[in-house]
Every structure is written in structure tokens, then in C-alpha cells.
Write a protein that binds this ligand. Structure first.
Ligand code: DGY
Length: 328
């Protein structure tokens, strides 16, 4: 690094403890208004910074890196997902990228499990019925959902979050099936009593609930395509706490509306407002506003992890959470 003090630009408000620590350690420009920076503002900040502390709303694409100038050396992302960063362009411009994996896995898995329970058990429909005065007493046949116990859960991507989902699902009596780019360690597979499916298509045709837990990369864009969604049986549910782009949500909405799928629990929403609105109107879809890591604990841990990456990089060491395209 240079002899001049390292300058860090943080693109969004972070928990106060993290901002204080950043200000203690570095020459830092914090975000006052917590609004995503425009592409022009990002480039302007990068030209005057050694480090950009980014979040998932920042579009750090090839154009950004082409215009970012020579000073920028590190993009330290606050978050695990890096699909908003063009990793190849970063590397080509000599910029290291780090993220904050693992620390949010348990909280993200809680939200996935909450959705795995909420949709088949009709939790949100029940709350809405109560709030709108439609409940006039218990009935043997009213508001019947489906048990999750004994059902087959198919996890796509058995990384940190996927494994944490599997542990929870096992405790709720679901059997765990998974498809991953790489088969996991046999000890972990045994502990989770997880069945590996090399073929995603074969797995989808056999499971009752699908949980999407792989990262969004060019290879996983619309992994759950219209064709693959049709492999699921009509009583199946889909849960996604990763990124909306992994599912063809227009096809998903269409199939749920036609009764070809039983419902969905989505923590991540499609950038297309038409599709999101359609999904939101369906009673058997529970949508959350990207809350999987939204706990004080996770956000502090993410900040701490980001700080460690920045500090190690500035001190001339390899930061622990370097992201390289081959990892994804
Ligand atoms: C991440 O870390 O990428 C999560 O989506 C943030 O909640």
C-alpha cells in the first residue's frame, strides 16, 4: 500500500459500533444518508479511495472498474453475496474483493426454516384472517395446511447456510436431500443424514420442499427455470433466501397461480415490480424484504469480519475472505 494514510469510503450506513471502529482505525468517509450511491458517485469515491466498503445494492460492474482509477485496491463487501461485483473485472484491474461469509449463516438458516414452516402451515394467511376479522372460532376443516414432518426437503447448495438449514430441517422431521456442485464431506453428509443428488432434475422430481441456498452466479441464473419448476409435483413448495435471480419468478408466480405448485416463501424479491406484485397477491406466497441476515448479531459480526479483511489487507497480509471467481 502507499505511504499516505489509507482512505476508505463506506457506501451505506453500518451499525454504529462498526462505523466508530472504522473511524478509529482509518481515514474513513461514512455514508450520511444511507441511500445507494449512483454509479457516478461510486466512481468518484473510488478514484479517491484505497478501499470501498460496499454492500449488495452497489453495482460494481466492469464499467465501474474501468473508470475507478488506479488508487482503488480493495472492495471489502459487507455481506456474503458478491453478485453485484464483477469479479473478473476487479481482478483484471488489480482490485482484491473480500466478503463476509459464515457469520450470517445461522440467522439466514433461521429465516429459511421459518419460511419452510410458514408456507405449508399457512402462518401469514392465519394472521391476516385474524386481523381482518374472518376468524369466528375453531373449525375441524378450516385453514388446513400441510405437515412438514416426514416430508422431503431438497436443498440446492449445501454450503454454510444450506447445512444450517439441513440441521434445522432434520430436527423438524424432514429428510434432507441435496444437490451441490461438489459433494460434501462424508462425515457431514452422515451427520445430516443427507442424500446427495448429482442430478438436480432427478432431485426436484422427488422432493416436497425446495430450499435455494446456492450463490447467484452466471451459472445459477434461473437454475430453477420454468422447465425445472415443472419437474416439481403440484403439492411442492419453494423457499429462497439467496437471490431472486436463481429462480424464474415469472414462471413460479404463474405456476402457483394455476395451482401447479403449492406455494413459495421468498426472502428475496425479483427486481421486476410486475412479478413481485403478482407473487405478493398470491395467498400461498410469503414474501419478506431480504431479512435473512437482519439481526443485530449478524450485522455486527459482518461488520467485524469486514474490518478484519480491511485491516489485514492494509497491513500487507492476505485478508481471510478473499473472493476469487473460481470459489463461486
Ligand atoms: C448477503 O450477505 O449477501 C445477504 O444477502 C445479506 O442479507
Amino acid at each position: 500500500m502507499t505511504d499516505t494514510p489509507c482512505k476508505i469510503t463506506v457506501t451505506r450506513r453500518l451499525p454504529a459500533e462498526i462505523e466508530l471502529r472504522l473511524a478509529d482505525l482509518f481515514d474513513v468517509t461514512l455514508s450520511d444518508d444511507d441511500r445507494p450511491m449512483s454509479p457516478e458517485a461510486l466512481v468518484e469515491a473510488a478514484r479517491d479511495s484505497d478501499v470501498i466498503a460496499s454492500t449488495l445494492g452497489d453495482r460494481l460492474d466492469a464499467e465501474f472498474f474501468a473508470n475507478a482509477g488506479d488508487r482503488l485496491k480493495l472492495v471489502a463487501n459487507f455481506g456474503a453475496g458478491v453478485d453485484h461485483i464483477d469479479l473478473k473485472a476487479a481482478i483484471a484491474h488489480g482490485v482484491t474483493v473480500t466478503n463476509t461469509p459464515s457469520v450470517l449463516a445461522e440467522d439466514a438458516a433461521d429465516i429459511a426454516m421459518a419460511l419452510i414452516l410458514a408456507v405449508p402451515r399457512r402462518l401469514v394467511e392465519g394472521v391476516k384472517a385474524l386481523e381482518s376479522g374472518k376468524f369466528d372460532g375453531w373449525s375441524p376443516t378450516w385453514m388446513l395446511g400441510h405437515s412438514v414432518r416426514g416430508k422431503k426437503l431438497g436443498i440446492i447448495g449445501l454450503g454454510r447456510v444450506g447445512q444450517a438449514v439441513a440441521r434445522r430441517a432434520k430436527a423438524f422431521g424432514l429428510s434432507v436431500h441435496y444437490h451441490s456442485r461438489n459433494r460434501i464431506n462424508p462425515h457431514v453428509e452422515n451427520e445430516l443424514e443427507a442424500t446427495y443428488w448429482e442430478s438436480l432434475d432427478q432431485m426436484l422430481a422427488r422432493v416436497d420442499i425446495v430450499s435455494v441456498n446456492c450463490p447467484h452466479t452466471p451459472a445459477t441464473y434461473h437454475l430453477l427455470s420454468a422447465r425445472r419448476l415443472k419437474l416439481l409435483h403440484p403439492d411442492a413448495f419453494v423457499v429462497n433466501v439467496s437471490r431472486s435471480e436463481i429462480i424464474d419468478e415469472a414462471a413460479l408466480a404463474d405456476m402457483i397461480e394455476k395451482g401447479q405448485l403449492a406455494g413459495a416463501g421468498l426472502d428475496v424479491t425479483n427486481p421486476s415490480p410486475t412479478v413481485s406484485r403478482k407473487l405478493m397477491r398470491l395467498p400461498n406466497v410469503v414474501m419478506l424484504p431480504h431479512m435473512a441476515s437482519a439481526t443485530r448479531e449478524s450485522r455486527l459480526d459482518m461488520g467485524e469480519r469486514m474490518l478484519i479483511n480491511i485491516k489485514m489487507f492494509i497491513d500487507g497480509h492476505k485478508p481471510p475472505d478473499r473472493v476469487i471467481p473460481e470459489f463461486l
